[in-house]
Ligand binder design. Structure first.
Ligand SMILES: *[C@@H]1O[C@H](CO)[C@@H](O)[C@H](O)[C@H]1NC(C)=O
Ligand SMILES: *[C@@H]1O[C@H](CO)[C@@H](O)[C@H](O)[C@H]1NC(C)=O
Length: 183
């Protein structure tokens, strides 16, 4: 299959994502990642554009399932109400616990979920990249917070961290977290 054909095939999927030629960046991830401390609710502060994220008040809630996998509940408020996507995350290799894989039933793509940096109690920097035979890749990046806002300096540091790992952030956009219901 030619690269162009592949690209045409995948274009509907990637057109609203950020995509680039070549292979994925290989950023470093959070050392000694502790999943237990990471569980709970995270609010999205900024993201690279993603077709499945159109609303406001976007948040994710991570809980431990009995089988050791993680239940993922993503929610956003759209014009016609609350949209919830449920997924499952797993640590793929115990030697690299900060690299998870997430599967969603419908709305969202399956893919990697790499925690690049987190202090567990205020911010998290998450990256997801999928490459098609190293010909091109599309990626997602999220800056998450335990509250609906983050100090600008923390956001700037999160972006600096990603930029230093060759992640392109020119399309990064802020998530509207105003006028949201209380949890
Ligand atoms: C992860 O954090 C929990 C809660 O603070 C703690 O009980 C546990 O020992 C930690 N696990 C590791 C591997 O450090
Ligand atoms: C897990 O990761 C380590 C370090 O990257 C690697 O050496 C090992 O082969 C991996 N294990 C599996 C089952 O993929």
């Amino acid at each position: 299959m030619s690269a162009v054909y592949l690209l045409l095939l995948l274009l509907p999927l990637v057109s609203t994502q950020t995509f680039h030629w070549g292979g994925c960046p290989a950023p470093e991830v959070q050392p000694n990642f502790n999943l237990t401390q990471y569980l709970g609710r995270w609010y999205e502060i900024e993201r690279l554009p993603a077709s499945f994220e159109r609303g406001k008040c976007i948040e994710a809630n991570y809980a431990l399932n009995e089988d050791g996998t993680i239940q993922v509940l993503n929610s956003q408020i759209e014009e016609n109400g609350v949209d919830v996507a449920e997924g499952t995350a797993v640590v793929l290799n115990q030697t690299e616990p900060a690299k998870l894989g997430v599967k969603f039933s419908f709305f969202s793509p399956n893919g990697p979920y790499w925690v690049l940096s987190t202090d567990y109690t205020s911010y998290s920097v998450v990256y997801s990249c999928t490459s098609i035979f190293d010909i091109f890749y599309f990626d997602f990046a999220w800056i998450l917070s335990r509250s609906r806002s983050l100090p600008p300096q923390t956001v700037a540091e999160a972006k600096g961290l990603m930029t230093r790992q060759n992640i392109e952030l020119c399309k990064m956009m802020a998530t509207d977290q105003t006028g949201c219901p209380d949890n």
